[in-house]
Design a protein around this ligand. Structure first.
Ligand SMILES: [Zn+2]
Length: 360
């Protein structure tokens, strides 16, 4: 990633030390980290998509390596054991074999775990799946044939969850109790009843799979989730991650309605290593960034130096919700570590995989 944390300053250090250090547990597992290299692209991303997709930003597109992740955790999470679950960048322009292999190699060398990005019609699961330290899947709507508009804003056209997750993936995940991290499709997000029907069908049909809704079902705004959350309650195997959620009210609803044990801390690195914030304006989500970008609201004229990183805003939004709800220390620890550690441990046990040297 270009200019990674070049804008790190004294005030970021102070935020971490004064606001977060005592709030965060010593061990953290970030459930949502993308790793890839520029070499994995086999075609260029169209200009339109570049404009609207943060991952296609010129500062980001070149990749995010495990070494860069190491630099982020050393800089932003000093004196914490910050680990992650890693997966490729799931875009149609990337060679998925190369991208999945990089995650596998990285995880094997560094004793960590990854999610396999399947193709929408994945028929066979590779024989070396577990050998490659995969503990689940990260399917993505953008990989389907008919959701490949060059205009990224058209991505929300009618793609069903079943269009980008194959039966083989569901069956394999169910058989082995694996994670499926789902980025839900459709413009209406959780307010689209079809998504709700599909999610409920999946959690019932595949009770052993651990279904995690990425970005809490893309709920960056309170209105994305406040009415629909009731349909997601009461399922043992349904979880949400907090990747790029900067809204205290969204977190509050998640914790209060789903239960604190269903909320998993995730960041969406490396986008979260930019300075900015997700905001909710008139029930729509916008990115605001300190540096003007084509996909964000920002200004060359204003002095926006006072911003901090998205990843700190994610944690701040969890902290404010936790304080409001008066969560116990143990419950906070579970959001950042215990809940996902429990899932990882159950998967490893089932496979009789050796316990990693890390602290899961
Ligand atoms: Zn992501």
């Amino acid at each position: 990633m270009k200019n990674l944390l070049k804008d790190y300053n004294k005030s970021d250090k102070e935020i971490y030390e004064k606001e977060f250090f005592n709030f965060l547990p010593n061990k953290i597992i970030d459930s949502h980290i993308h790793l890839w290299k520029m070499d994995f692209f086999n075609k260029a991303i169209s200009a339109d998509r570049q404009k609207s997709n943060p991952f296609a930003d010129p500062d980001i597109i070149e990749g995010f390596t495990f070494e860069e992740f190491g630099f982020v955790k050393e800089t932003l999470f000093k004196d914490k054991e910050y680990e992650g679950i890693f997966f490729a960048l799931p875009v149609k322009e990337i060679d998925l074999n190369l991208a999945n292999k990089y995650v596998a190699d990285t995880c094997k060398i560094n004793n960590c775990y990854g999610l396999f990005v399947p193709s929408p019609d994945q028929k066979f699961i590779p024989d070396d799946f577990f050998e490659n330290n995969f503990i689940g899947f990260k399917p993505y709507p953008d990989l389907t044939e008919y959701s490949q508009p060059d205009d990224f804003s058209k991505l929300d056209i009618d793609v069903s969850i079943f269009d980008f997750i194959s039966k083989s993936v569901f069956n394999f995940a169910d058989k082995h109790g694996l994670i499926i991290l789902i980025h839900i499709p459709r413009k209406g997000r959780l307010n689209d009843q079809r998504n709700i029907i599909e999610i409920r069908e999946i959690v019932k049909e595949y009770p052993n799979a651990k279904i995690i809704l990425a970005h809490a079902g893309r709920s960056y705004c309170y209105t994305d989730i406040k009415d629909s959350i009731k349909y997601l309650k009461g399922f043992d195997n349904l979880y949400v991650d907090t990747a790029m959620i900067n809204s205290y009210s969204v977190n509050k609803v998640l914790i209060e309605e789903l239960g604190v044990e269903k909320v998993l801390y995730g960041s969406d690195l490396c986008v979260a290593a930019l300075k900015g914030k997700n905001v909710d304006i008139n029930n729509r989500h916008y990115f605001i960034t300190s540096k003007p970008r084509t996909w964000s609201l920002s200004s060359n004229e204003m002095n926006l130096e006072n911003f901090t990183y998205f990843i700190y805003e994610i944690i701040r939004a969890i902290k404010v919700a936790s304080e409001d709800i008066k969560l116990q220390k143990k419950e906070i620890e579970n959001i950042f570590y215990g809940n996902i550690a429990k899932i990882i441990t159950s998967i490893l046990k089932k496979q009789n995989l050796k316990k990693p040297t890390l602290s899961y």
